[in-house]
Design a protein around this ligand. Sequence first.
Ligand SMILES: *[C@@H]1O[C@H](CO)[C@@H](O)[C@H](O)[C@H]1NC(C)=O
Length: 333
Amino acid sequence: MKLKLKNVFLAYFLVSIAGLLYALVQLGQPCDCLPPLRAAAEQLRQKDLRISQLQAELRRPPPAPAQPPEPEVRPTIYVVTPTYARLVQKAELVRLSQTLSLVPRLHWLLVEDAEGPTPLVSGLLAASGLLFTHLVVLTPKAQRLREGEPGWVHPRGVEQRNKALDWLRGRGGAVGGEKDPPPPGTQGVVYFADDDNTYSRELFEEMRWTRGVSVWPVGLVGGLRFEGPQVQDGRVVGFHTAWEPNRPFPVDMAGFAVALPLLLAKPNAQFDSTAPRGHLESSLLSHLVDPKDLEPRAANCTRGTGVAYTDREAQDEAGGAAAAAGPGLRPSS
Ligand SMILES: *[C@@H]1O[C@H](CO)[C@@H](O)[C@H](O)[C@H]1NC(C)=O
């Protein structure tokens, strides 16, 4: 019994020593728990930094509200139409006014060649539903066509177009419709549309954002199936025309539009009634733009614009010349 107790005690002693030794050995081992601790500390530091940044941001006064961007207003198209009394006048004006009513943001300047406003035109304008200004100016006797004289002896509509330019420049003269000229800074474009032509509605969107003077092809004019600028690399380099190609601007009245601010900036730019045949357009445009700065529209003037002269005289002329001009012409839409 005595011996047994001693053995038990010895065993207990040995186990304790072994435990102690194990514990001592473990204490000496390098601890591998430091890197995660450091990482946690670094994360905490980053979070503190972010919090103090956010607090600083909160203390800063709020930034001044940004100016709302000026909404770009769609420019108004001012369509200038000279008109005179004749059998087909009402039919032509009905057709034109109904084309124009398909176009948003459009202002029609209808200028009568007459002593005073006629009931036919006043009534037609009132019924048209269009935004319009009614103007009147009688062509001086010296510039009138005499019976049987061909149309090119005196260019028609010169006084009337200039009357519309006067109104746009604030010189008044309206006998009906909107009497006040465009307020200063108005974004707009001016187009001269005679009452005997055909115009596609798409044409008006081509011209709307004109910065200076824009150009495009016109059909059945100048004895050709179409006439228009020649474009290379997006620039006008010449003109496709059968007649006097050396005119400064061999473009037709229906083949260009002018930005309103440009017209207002050049108060002397107007049509010259004494200009030689075919030079009427040049008499205005040479005040306004260098031919190389013309802005080609209608896919670099490759697309028909639906502008065409429809009067009998022009059609007869075009019929003959189209055959002479031969194949290779692009169709005029
Ligand atoms: C016109 O031509 C220019 C230069 O070749 C080109 O960059 C532009 O995209 C063309 N425009 C259209 C509408 O085809």
